[in-house]
Design a protein around this ligand. Structure first.
Ligand code: FAD
Ligand code: SIN
Length: 552
């Protein structure tokens, strides 16, 4: 493929940030003083997990708190797999992160007597109150503020409804050089055209992969695109078996899933059986405030034991005034569904919530491919280990988003190259779009049934076999038909499903969020599961020769 070198220039080669959640917006704002930045969001810019975050963001701020204490809690929750250096790096910068958000105008819930004038709440696994929040809609307060700043910044171009398909690496240029990232192929959804975006650096900030499960607290954006794109580009991926199930998702037979924040338990909410008795003390001395893996497994156990569809979360004793003030969103949403939480318990079930694993990065967001960075839920940085501590995720987005931008600011732009344009000359429109919908449903259901909170080797192997069948169909579709968002997301989901199951099969123990009935104990020594290039050489190369992308 011909390639011509041009003058290296950040103007010609802007940074492309894929994702407009907290990770992507932080990187963009921090970069924009010196570089032109393009931010892509595959749906409307206000859609994503960030805007849905409820409980809050960790800030080590109080007189009763310390970096050591936060690191200890993160290590305890993480089941022996947290990288202490990462945890300390992030904890040490949490106060700066909160100040950075305050400086941008985020309106956290105030408390004149609190540190920085903020009210701090508490969640499971935290020794003290250290969660800064905006009532129970923290994510929306943060996201709206940063989105506004991004929209007004002259150096940032925000492109909503643009979906990254794959990153462009040396392989697309047919170069023998060590691989590097040069840009991204992105689908302009409204124009139905795949464009080539040249970039000095690409940042994957695409969020997690919760949609790979049938029941999830996650928004529709969470289809693991960043993880799948990085994997296809040759990056290592770590700890994908550790999918966090949030213990308390609202159970409602028809309504779309809705989280009942852990902060409700932090403020005194109690989990109960249908007869009104508490069950958490029998599972863990920390009761309702045990780490999430423990609480989710306890609920799963009790639901199966009693043959019930959900358990109850009772916050009625906290009183209407308190609940309305601290949990206005949850209060209103439940009331709209006929549940008055000041008078009735809330029916809750666990649901897939957070992808603890992801693209392996260092503390500057660097992946294995030079020029390709990753930040936020897309990554595996070592912070979350085998189970994420509540409210550490938003913090990671801000702290590592800023370090990622700082690293890019210090680096030279690469020489611009001419990457081949996307070639659709030999594909046609999909004949049966419904097949894609069926594959979506099948994949998500099998992940829920076979790769859930409690696993067995046999079930994982069943899942693996079915995923291979689905993969064949999806690859075939991808190779022969014009791409659209549903197909691209399905292709990413099946990659993530495969990574989760492969990682789960490799872990012959139970640890944190990965519980196997065949290996119920933890091994004396713990290792992360890192899948790399060797594991990644695939016989299947079903892609069309002429379509620039796909697998190394
Ligand atoms: P997101 O905020 O999910 O943003 C992803 C972005 O990437 C979106 O803009 C999306 O459109 C875009 N994108 C994805 N793929 C592509 C593509 N191929 N092309 C273009 N764009 C793409 N964490 C906490 O710390 N505290 C909390 O209180 C908390 N509460 C939560 C409540 C809920 C209901 C949920 C679901 C999660 C919660 N979390 C919480 C987790 C936290 O919200 C997320 O981990 C965090 O917001 C992830 O931020 P992100 O920027 O990585 O991704
Ligand atoms: C919640 O509010 O329960 C979610 C917090 C988190 O996921 O960190």
């Amino acid at each position: 493929m011909p390639s011509s070198f041009k003058r290296p220039d950040w103007e010609q080669a802007p940074v492309v940030v894929i994702g407009a959640g907290l990770a992507g917006l932080t990187v963009a704002l921090q970069l924009a003083e010196r570089h032109r930045v393009i931010v892509l969001a595959k749906r409307n810019a206000d859609e994503g997990a960030t805007a849905w975050a409820q409980g809050g963001i960790v800030g080590v701020l109080g007189d009763d708190d310390s970096v050591d204490s936060h690191v200890r809690d993160t290590l305890d929750a993480g089941g022996g797999l947290v990288d202490e250096q990462t945890a300390r790096y992030i904890a040490e910068r949490s106060a700066q992160a909160i100040s950075w958000l305050l400086d941008r105008g985020v309106a956290f819930s105030p408390d004149p007597t609190g540190p920085l004038g903020l009210h701090l709440t508490r969640e499971g696994g935290h020794a003290v109150r250290r969660i800064a929040h905006a009532a129970d809609a923290t994510g929306k307060a943060i996201h709206d503020t940063l989105l506004e700043a991004v929209a007004q910044h002259p150096n940032i171009s925000l492109r909503a409804r643009w979906m990254a398909v794959d990153v462009i690496t040396s392989r697309h240029l047919k170069r023998e050089e060590p691989t590097r990232c040069y840009g991204v192929y992105a689908l302009d959804i409204d124009a139905q055209r795949v464009e080539t975006l040249h970039a000095g650096a690409v940042v994957l900030a695409c969020g997690g992969a919760g949609k790979v499960y049938r029941y999830t607290t996650n928004p529709d954006t969470a289809t693991g695109d960043g993880i799948a794109m990085a994997w296809r580009a040759g990056c290592r991926v770590g700890n994908m078996e550790f999918v966090q199930f949030h213990p308390t998702c609202l159970y409602h037979p028809t309504d779309r899933s809705f989280l009942i924040s852990e902060a409700l338990r932090g403020e005194g909410g109690l989990l109960k059986l249908p007869d009104g008795t508490r069950f958490m003390p029998a599972h863990d001395p920390r009761g309702e405030l045990a780490p999430r893996d423990v609480v989710a497994r306890a609920i799963d156990f009790e639901m199966k034991k009693h043959g019930v569809d959900h358990v109850w979360l009772d916050a009625s004793h906290l009183g209407e005034v308190f609940l309305r003030e601290h949990f206005p969103t949850i209060y209103a949403r439940c009331l709209a569904l006929g549940i008055d939480i000041a008078r009735q318990p809330i029916p809750v079930v666990p649901a897939a919530h957070y992808t603890c694993g992801g693209v392996v990065t260092d503390l500057a967001g660097r992946t294995d491919v030079p020029g390709l960075y990753a930040v936020g839920e897309t990554t595996y940085t070592g912070l979350h280990g085998a189970n994420r501590l509540a409210s550490n995720s938003l913090l990671e987005c801000v702290v590592l988003g800023r370090s990622c931008a700082d690293h890019i600011l210090q680096s030279d732009p690469p020489a611009n190259v001419d990457a081949p344009d996307w070639d659709e000359s030999q594909v046609e429109d999909a004949d049966e779009q419904v097949v894609i919908a069926h594959n979506w449903d099948e994949l998500r259901l099998l992940m829920w049934n076979y790769v859930g909170i409690v696993r067995t080797t046999r079930r994982l192997e069943r899942a693996w076999a079915r995923i291979q069948l689905l993969r064949g169909e999806i690859d075939d579709y991808y190779a022969n038909f014009r791409v659209n968002r549903d197909l691209l997301e399905l292709r990413n989901l099946v990659d993530c499903a495969e990574l989760i199951v492969r990682s789960a099969l490799m872990r012959h123990e139970s640890r944190g969020l990965h519980y196997s009935r065949d290996f119920p104990d933890a091994l004396p020594v713990s290792f992360p599961t890192i899948l790399g290039r060797a594991a990644h050489s695939r016989e299947r190369r079903t892609d069309r020769q002429d379509r620039p992308s796909l697998f190394d």
